[in-house]
Design a protein around this ligand. Structure first.
Ligand SMILES: *Cc1c(COP(=O)(O)O)cnc(C)c1O
Length: 417
């Protein structure tokens, strides 16, 4: 109950979060949590799987329709597991991979030294360029030529612009590398055609299901086109060359996971069903309209935005000119009922624990029904707190205003009836 009240009475601006619908919430809290179902539909290691099979088939079919792809594995417990299974299918321990540096917007699983990806593989990180805040393709090309990576990962967690699949594809194919797209953040925008699709450019695509896609917390792996595996791995009995999809399936289970979370897979099916409806297109478009409105308003208040703005749901604010660290801003905003996360900005002088920036995103507040008008009000509130960061009176006043704004956009009415 205390968490419902927190979610209801604060402005959720964490770019990776969202609020699932009540049907998704119910399914994720449903009895399928009780069921063991190792294996895949029709080929399980346990009895009694008829209903969970139906749920998983539905989730897979809806995912394929949503992303216009030939294959989807909906079993990864999270985005990180999806990345682990994809990487372990395409590259061997010790091979070279390339990914966007964490401090420049990449994700832990794209080669950070503290993550499995940095421990198992030889990692070469690429960066964004200082003047544009966008991926530095001259550097990507130079590094790819020099290091000949087995695989390049594109996508990230704090990249406000469209992922440049086509440019990455060119460089990967020129240098004999596989290309993996991690669309964890913009998946909902990709599904609705607002963000370009990776399907025809990438060898494998991973995502989470809980960010802009507005499903339950989880992961997924996709193939635009399923093909025979290039490593010549054969099926034991028939000697037939396996498809990449088969290798991905067996890397997820038994490779890195045991029993799938069937309640979450069923909730994915519900969420994908929602995302296939026309209303979801307008929702996704509103996410981007809101982010652009917020970015424009921030610019008028002299905030520096990495890359100068946004194409998506993410805005990365560099607070250096405001004389406030990301950590201080996050703390003060939280006390005012506005939840954001501190974030490194490219070429940050401060440590990851302090940072010079904050990341904000619009998926969750858009789910509540807020639009451009509210975005302007929210930027005003953020600005008041950041410009008067040591003043408790300002913070408490903003907190009251936030609460009253939230009350006009109620969350989970079903839980209050
Ligand atoms: C959120 C995210 C993930 C993985 O998320 P989990 O927390 O493991 O579900 C992977 N890649 C990117 C780019 C992300 O933003």
């Amino acid at each position: 109950m205390r968490e419902i009240s927190r979610e209801s009475n604060t402005l959720e601006l964490i770019a990776s979060e969202n609020f699932v619908s009540y049907p998704v919430l119910e399914m994720a809290g449903g009895v399928m949590t009780n069921k063991y179902a190792e294996g895949y539909p029709g080929a399980r290691y346990y009895g009694g799987c008829e209903h969970v099979d139906e749920a998983e088939n539905l989730a897979r079919e809806r995912a394929k329709k949503l992303f216009n792809c030939e294959y989807a594995n909906v079993q990864p417990h999270s985005g990180s597991q999806a990345n682990m299974a994809a990487l372990m299918t395409f590259v061997n321990v010790g091979d070279t991979i390339m990914g966007l540096d964490l401090a420049h917007g990449g994700h832990l699983t794209h080669g950070s030294p503290v993550n499995f990806s940095g421990k198992l593989y030889n990692v070469v990180s690429y960066h964004v360029s200082k003047d544009t805040g966008r991926v530095n393709f001259d550097e990507v090309q130079k590094l790819a030529k020099e290091h000949k990576p087995k695989l390049i990962i594109c996508g990230g967690s704090a990249y406000p612009r469209f992922i440049e699949f086509e440019q990455f594809h060119e460089i990967a194919s020129e240098n004999g590398a596989y290309l993996m797209a991690d669309i964890a953040h913009p998946a909902g925008l990709v599904a609705t055609g607002i963000h370009p699709s990776p399907m025809s450019y990438c060898d494998v695509i991973t995502t989470t299901t809980h960010k802009t896609l507005r499903g339950p917390r989880g992961g997924m792996i996709m193939l635009g086109k399923d093909v025979e595996n290039p490593w010549n791995i054969k099926a034991p009995k028939s000697g037939r060359i396996k498809m990449v999809s088969e290798l991905l399936n067996s890397m997820v289970m038994p490779g890195i996971q045991g029993g799938p979370l069937m309640h979450i897979i069923a909730a994915k099916a519900v969420a994908f069903g929602e995302a296939l409806k026309p209303e979801f297109n307008s929702y996704a478009q509103q996410i981007v309209n809101n982010a652009k409105a917020m970015a424009n308003k921030l610019l008028t208040r002299d905030y520096k935005l990495v890359s100068g703005g946004t194409d998506t749901h993410v805005i990365l604010i560099d607070l250096t000119n405001k004389g406030v660290s990301g950590k201080a801003a996050e703390n003060a905003l939280e006390r005012a009922g506005i939840t954001v996360n501190k974030n490194m900005v490219p070429f940050d002088q401060r440590s990851p624990f302090i940072t010079s920036g904050i990341r904000v995103g619009t998926p969750a507040i858009t789910t509540r029904g807020m639009a451009e008008n509210e975005m302007n009000q929210i930027v005003d509130k953020i600005d008041q707190v950041i410009s008067d960061i040591d003043n408790d009176i300002t913070i408490n006043r903003v907190k009251m205003e936030v609460k009253s704004l939230c009350e006009s956009f109620p969350l989970y009415r079903e839980l209050h009836d």
